[in-house]
Design a protein around this ligand. Structure first.
Ligand SMILES: [Zn+2]
Length: 62
């Protein structure tokens, strides 16, 4: 049975409706870029998230 499609507002803030996901195609990447820029880079974002979660984020190094 197909999952019921429940349109909702795109989480990027563009105001468009999705077909059930959080974002329209490509808008998740745009949002991620904006989030990274807003804190000054990936390292700063990692620190912020680690502080919020109160734990280290493990990164695969292989
Ligand atoms: Zn959007």
């Amino acid at each position: 049975m197909p999952r019921k499609i429940r349109p909702r507002k795109c989480a990027c803030g563009c105001g468009a409706m999705t077909r059930g996901g959080d974002f329209l195609p490509g808008h998740d990447a745009r949002t991620l870029s904006a989030v990274i820029s807003s804190v000054g880079g990936v390292a700063a974002l990692r620190t912020l998230v680690e502080n919020a979660l109160k734990r280290r984020i493990e990164v695969e190094t292989e």
